[in-house]
Ligand binder design. Structure first.
Ligand SMILES: [Zn+2]
Length: 305
């Protein structure tokens, strides 16, 4: 059931959830007010009091095209993400050896299935009862119903992965500190989230489809994502741009120039042009600013602080 969420124009604006600075109104979308910090520029949506975000994901309509802010088609998204899943596991292999992994927001377990074939011992967290059961049935692994439930199990993890999760959180800083509490010293954090610092997001935020509360609540740029993860106590933080299958971060002029060679086909990261761009991107880290999505790697410090 949809919940009414009228914009509260008279409400005092809350302080920034990352740095405590003053916030200013940015815009309203789907009936929610979105603010931006005047200091660190972190952007977030304001939720009505007692709004239970969990209901968004426990509703099956979120996964099968029944909600404008949900998955148009989970099965298609899962097929589209396969190449990215394999690339991520290969990158993970290069920075750590397999141990116990927790994926938060594991859905039907596409990433966990591949992680297991890379010798990881897998666990998930998933709010949706339908997806949780499906993942457990298909993979035979344990999937917790919440982060609190995972914490109560008193397991410690060598890798925690969260793909397109942090933008859904109302209090990402507290959540990421809690996540760190579940990790072994030197364990690896791997997460991805849309880049709200990309030109297309900043140029016209009103019509940018990723500003979609109540699904997306926290809107990160490379700088605010780095700040959030550092404040949560992680170190050795690296952020890279991600080239998604149907969203190449190219200037519009170049897309037009390439059109005769593409002959209507989508630009694929695995194709020749995609490979050239990736090579170029590796040597020009500032191109992160063009990427529509960010991928972050960090470590839990050897000693807690
Ligand atoms: Zn701030």
């Amino acid at each position: 059931m949809e919940r009414a969420a009228g914009v509260e124009t008279n409400r005092a604006l809350p302080d920034c959830k990352l740095c405590g600075g003053l916030t200013k109104p940015l815009m309203a979308n789907n009936g929610f007010q979105i603010v931006r910090c005047a200091g660190c520029e972190f952007m977030f949506a304001l939720l009505p009091e007692n709004y239970d975000l969990r209901t968004v994901y426990m509703d099956d309509a979120y996964w099968n095209g029944g909600r404008a802010y949900g998955y148009p088609d989970y099965e298609q998204a899962s097929r589209d993400a396969r190449r990215l899943v394999l690339e991520r596991l290969n990158r993970l292999d290069q920075i750590t050896s397999p141990g116990r992994m927790l994926e938060i927001g594991c859905a039907a377990g596409d990433f966990l299935r591949e992680a297991r074939s890379h010798a990881w011992q897998i666990y998930g967290v998933e709010l949706s009862p339908t997806m949780r059961r499906r993942c457990e049935r298909q993979l035979g692994c344990h999937v917790f119903a919440s982060l609190q439930e995972a914490a109560a199990a008193e397991l410690r993890f060598d890798c925690v992965a969260l793909f397109e999760v942090i933008e859904h959180l109302d209090d990402p800083l507290t959540f990421m500190s809690d996540v760190r509490g579940l990790m072994n010293p030197q364990a690896v954090l791997l997460l991805s989230t849309p880049n709200f610092g990309a030109p297309e997001a900043l140029r016209n935020p009103h019509s940018h489809h990723w500003f979609c509360p109540p699904a997306h609540i926290s809107y990160f740029t490379p700088a605010t994502l780095h700040a959030c993860i550092a404040r949560a106590g992680f170190e050795a933080i690296q952020i890279r741009g991600v080239l998604e299958a149907d969203e190449m971060p190219l200037p519009r002029l170049l897309v037009k120039a390439l059109e005769p060679f593409r002959r209507g086909r989508r630009l694929r990261p695995g194709g020749l042009i995609g490979k050239l761009i990736k090579g170029w991107q590796r040597h020009h880290p500032h191109l992160l600013n063009w990427a529509n999505s960010m991928e972050l790697y960090a470590r839990n410090p050897r000693v807690g602080h």
